[in-house]
Design a protein around this ligand. Structure first.
Ligand code: ATP
Ligand code: MG
Length: 458
């Protein structure tokens, strides 16, 4: 059974059948234990009543009387002293009856054939129209003794009401099966659709559409599935964009280098021009080198998380040293830098964190305004440490803020074009902070400034 639909239906019908069998076995046990003796008892009373009535009213005539009794739903066998049998009502299917039983009844004993009928199934027990499955009582009339054997005529008693119940049962079963067929289709359909969607995903088509209006687990699965497909599509786009960005960022310095080396080759250039070209080539090579370093760092951060080498070190000291290294650029741009850096020891990877502060500080310098300011502070919390880096620079819009951690993203090209950069800095920062289990938040207002808040576990 490969198909879920078929499986479901077969199991449901199997369950219906199984319930029937179980119900049958249980009611059979009930019949054997309780109903059978009760039935025997009830019919014994009826037989005794019939015999008593016949005895008390000799004027009616035994034969006539029994004939009329048989018409209300009884099968009767009357045996006289000489063993001669007379039947009333529908004939018995099996007329065998041992001689000793006849004899005992004629002698005045009661025969409980119903109670002692072989313990077979419910059907053969209750429905067997056999002479052995009767109640036998002695009957005295007109001076002679008879043995009277009776049992209810099940076929006769199986009247309209019973047929009606049988129909109700049959229709209910039929409708159950039909509804199971329909409902199962409704239940299984989303799964088949999802299978199709998975195949299309595997084939590279991320545009999947699933029914997400259901409120059950399948609806939720569909919604999550579509979300996943969306994310995959985004990642695929990012991958393509990433490759095209890398290619562009490698290609443009290379073509610059090629152009200026060609120019250097011409003999008519002055010494000044030559120096200028060499300096440009040098810058482009530095740019390429930075780019490759950043890419290598990102790749190794992505690939193995075990790259982190955590150890205790002084955070305040690290930041002060960083400021000292950038002092030249800070004073060149005439930026006011203030800091409050208490010495504080944390456990983290010092070299990776240095990359983080370096990126944040060089951004704060790069995207600052002349005569702007930068403020660095450390705040100590119970389990974390918060580093704040605020600048009064060009700031960013909401839309730009959303994307600054994306690889190669650089905000508004018109404003940042004059500033060197690859757009990888902040994505490296974010990756490193994530690796440390920390968080980074940005508060920024266009033309007013930006504050980065980094929180790290100690
Ligand atoms: N302090 C800041 N003030 C204003 N804009 C900023 C600030 N920091 C980052 N940005 C914006 O976010 C963009 C992404 O920053 P990121 O550091 O990732 O790249 P980059 O500085 O352009 O290049 P890289 O750091 O790789 O040399 C920047 O191009 C800039 O537009
Ligand atoms: Mg940067």
């Amino acid at each position: 059974m490969k198909n879920l639909y078929v499986k479901f239906i077969v199991i449901t019908i199997g369950m219906i059948l199984l319930s029937f069998i179980m119900a049958f076995i249980i009611s059979n046990a009930y019949y054997q234990q309780k109903l059978k003796p009760y039935n025997d008892d009830k019919n014994t009373k009826v037989a005794l009543d019939i015999a008593a009535f016949a005895e008390e009213h000799p004027e009616i005539g035994v034969q006539e009387y029994l004939k009329s009794i048989s018409r209300v739903g009884y099968r009767i066998c009357l045996i006289d002293n000489g063993g001669h049998r007379t039947y009333f009502g529908e004939p018995f299917r099996d007329k065998s009856l041992s001689h000793s039983v006849q004899q005992q009844v004629l002698e005045g004993h009661i025969f409980h054939g119903m109670l002692h009928f072989p313990k077979q199934t419910f059907v053969t027990g209750f429905f067997a129209d056999e002479l052995r499955n009767t109640i036998g009582v002695p009957l005295k009339a007109n001076g002679s003794t008879y043995a009277l054997f009776i049992r209810p005529d099940i076929e006769f008693l199986f009247n309209e009401m019973h047929i009606l119940f049988a129909w109700i049962l049959a229709i209910a079963i039929f409708l159950t099966i039909v509804m199971v067929l329909i409902y199962t289709r409704y239940l299984v359909k989303p799964i088949s659709n999802m299978t199709k969607a998975t195949k299309s995903l595997a084939g590279g088509d991320f545009q999947v559409k699933l029914d997400s209006t259901r409120h059950d687990e399948l609806g939720e699965l569909s919604r999550n599935f579509m979300r996943m497909a969306e994310k995959l599509a985004q990642m695929e786009d990012m991958r393509k964009e990433f490759i095209s960005n890398i290619s562009h960022d490698i290609q443009s310095p290379l073509s610059n280098i090629k152009g200026y080396t060609n120019l250097l080759d011409t003999e008519s250039i002055s010494k000044e021009e030559r120096n200028q070209y060499i300096s440009i080539i040098n810058n482009e090579i530095t740019r390429l080198s930075t780019l490759t370093k950043q890419l290598l760092l990102l790749a190794s951060l992505d690939r193995n998380k075990e790259i982190m080498k955590e150890k205790p070190f002084h955070l305040g000291k690290q930041l002060k040293e960083l400021v000292r290294n950038h002092q030249w650029a800070i004073s060149e741009k005439e930026i006011m830098l203030s800091y409050s850096l208490p010495d504080l020891e944390i456990v983290a990877d010092p070299s990776l964190l240095n990359t983080v502060w370096d990126n944040l500080l060089s951004n704060a310098i790069k995207y600052n305004k002349p005569n702007g300011s930068i403020e660095i502070s450390i705040e100590e919390k119970e389990e974390t440490v918060i580093v704040r880096l605020a600048d009064t620079g060009i700031g960013m819009t909401e839309a730009e803020l959303d994307r600054i951690f994306d690889r190669f993203y650089r905000a508004d090209q018109a404003r940042t074009r004059t500033v060197e950069g690859t757009g990888l800095g902040l994505s490296i920062v974010k990756t490193i902070i994530d690796l440390h289990g920390g968080t980074i938040q940005v508060i920024s207002k266009e033309n007013e400034g930006t504050t980065f808040v980094v929180e790290l576990p100690r």
